[in-house]
Design a protein around this ligand. Structure first.
Ligand SMILES: *Cc1c(COP(=O)(O)O)cnc(C)c1O
Length: 339
C-alpha cells in the first residue's frame, strides 16, 4: 500500500524462536526466563493463547480472524495508526472537533500535524470540509462514532462515502457502537479497504481494567499492526481473563439496562431547572448543557460524584459529560441536581 511509511513497509518484525518453530515444545531454553516460576507467568505469553483470544473475538464479531488486531486498549491501535502511516514532521491527519482527546495526543507524540474540522452546531458531520481539509500529505482521518464527547453517532453509509472519496486511511472509532442503533461501518470494509474500525472491550464489555482494544481492517493492514506492535503487547493474565470473561459475560442485558437508564436519565435531566439542553445520545453517556456548569460540577464533587467537565471544549461550552451509572447512582445524581 502506497500510504504506508517506507520504513514500515520494509520492516523486518521482531520474531521469537518459539514462533519460528511450530513443533511440540518441551524444554524452553530460548528466552532467558526464570524456569522456577509458578502459574505459567514465568513464561512469555504464547502466540497460541493470543490467537485463541483473537479467534474468540472474531467469532463474537462474526469476522475472519485475520481482519482483527488485538491491542493494549484501543489507545495502542490509535498510536499504531500514526506510526504505520504518518512520516513524522511531514504527514498530517484530519480529525473532527470536538472529539476524543487521544487522537491529538498520539498525533503530537508522533510529530504529526493535526487539521481539525469543527462539527456543525447540531454536531453533524461537515463531510465536504473534512475532505477539503486533506492535502497530498494527509494520511489519516479520524472520525469517532458515536462521538465522544458529543454522544451522537454518524450514519455508516455516510462514513463509507467519505472513505470512497478520501485518498488516505479513514479511522472510525466505534468504542461506543454497542449502545447505538445506527450500526457499525464494518459492513462496508469489504468495499473500502482504506477503513480501519476501532472497537474495545473497555466500554460495553465492562473490561476497562483489562486493556484490550480491537482494530478491524483489511488483512494487509492488520499484518502491519502485528508487525509494528510490541511483541508481547497483551499479557498472559489479560488474555486468559478476557477469554474467561467473554465466555460468561452478560453484555447484552447490561447494555439494555444502560440504554434504558440513559433514556430515563435524559428525560429526568431535561425537566430540571438550570439544565439548558440534554443532547441526544447514542452512547453510554450524556452531554448536558447547564446554565452554571462550574457550580453544578462543584456541587456534585462535594456530594462525591465526579463527572467530566467539557465546558471549555470547542462547541461544548457550558457542558458536562455524565456517564450513565447504575439506577441507584443515577438517582443519586438526579436528587442532588434537584436541590
Ligand atoms: C473510552 C474510549 C476508547 C477506549 O480506549 P481503550 O484504550 O480501549 O480503553 C477509545 N475511543 C474512545 C472515543 C473512547 O471514548
Amino acid at each position: 500500500m502506497q500510504l504506508v511509511r517506507p520504513n514500515i513497509a520494509g520492516l523486518h518484525p521482531y520474531s521469537t524462536a518459539r514462533e519460528e518453530y511450530t513443533g511440540e515444545l518441551g524444554t524452553l531454553l530460548d528466552a532467558n526466563e526464570n524456569p522456577f516460576g509458578q502459574g505459567g507467568l514465568n513464561r512469555y505469553p504464547t502466540a497460541a493463547l493470543r490467537e485463541q483470544l483473537r479467534v474468540r473475538v472474531a467469532q463474537m464479531k462474526q469476522l475472519p480472524p485475520d481482519s482483527l488486531f488485538l491491542g493494549n486498549g484501543s489507545d495502542e491501535a490509535i498510536d499504531l495508526c500514526f506510526r504505520i502511516f504518518c512520516r513524522p514532521g511531514v504527514d498530517n491527519a484530519v480529525m473532527i472537533s470536538p472529539t476524543y482527546g487521544m487522537y491529538q495526543v498520539a498525533a503530537d507524540v508522533n510529530d504529526v500535524a493535526r487539521r481539525e474540522v469543527l462539527l456543525d452546531a447540531q454536531f453533524g458531520l461537515p463531510t465536504d470540509q473534512l475532505l477539503a481539509a486533506a492535502d497530498d500529505c494527509t494520511r489519516l482521518m479520524f472520525i469517532c462514532s458515536p462521538n465522544n464527547p458529543t454522544a451522537n453517532a454518524f450514519r455508516p453509509d455516510v462514513l463509507a462515502d467519505i472513505a470512497g472519496r478520501f485518498h488516505g486511511v479513514l479511522v472510525v472509532d466505534e468504542a461506543y457502537v454497542d449502545f447505538s442503533d445506527k450500526g457499525s461501518v464494518i459492513s462496508y470494509l469489504a468495499d473500502h479497504h482504506n477503513i480501519i474500525v476501532l472497537q474495545t472491550l473497555s466500554k460495553a464489555y465492562g473490561l476497562a481494567g483489562l486493556r484490550v482494544g480491537l482494530a478491524v481492517a483489511h488483512p494487509d493492514i492488520i499484518r502491519l499492526f502485528n508487525n509494528v506492535k510490541y511483541p508481547y503487547n497483551i499479557g498472559t493474565d489479560t488474555l486468559q481473563t478476557a477469554l474467561r470473561m467473554l465466555d460468561d459475560s452478560d453484555v447484552l442485558s447490561q447494555v439494555q439496562l444502560i440504554r434504558s437508564e440513559r433514556d430515563r436519565l435524559s428525560a429526568q435531566l431535561t425537566g430540571l431547572p438550570g439544565v439548558v439542553r440534554v443532547y441526544p445520545s447514542d452512547a453510554n453517556f450524556l452531554l448536558v448543557r447547564f446554565e452554571h456548569p462550574g457550580s453544578v460540577y462543584r456541587r456534585l464533587l462535594e456530594a462525591g460524584i465526579i463527572v467530566r467537565d467539557r465546558s471549555h471544549v470547542a462547541g461544548c461550552d457550558g457542558c458536562l459529560r455524565i456517564t450513565v451509572g447504575t439506577p441507584e447512582e443515577n438517582q443519586q445524581l438526579i436528587s442532588i441536581l434537584q436541590q
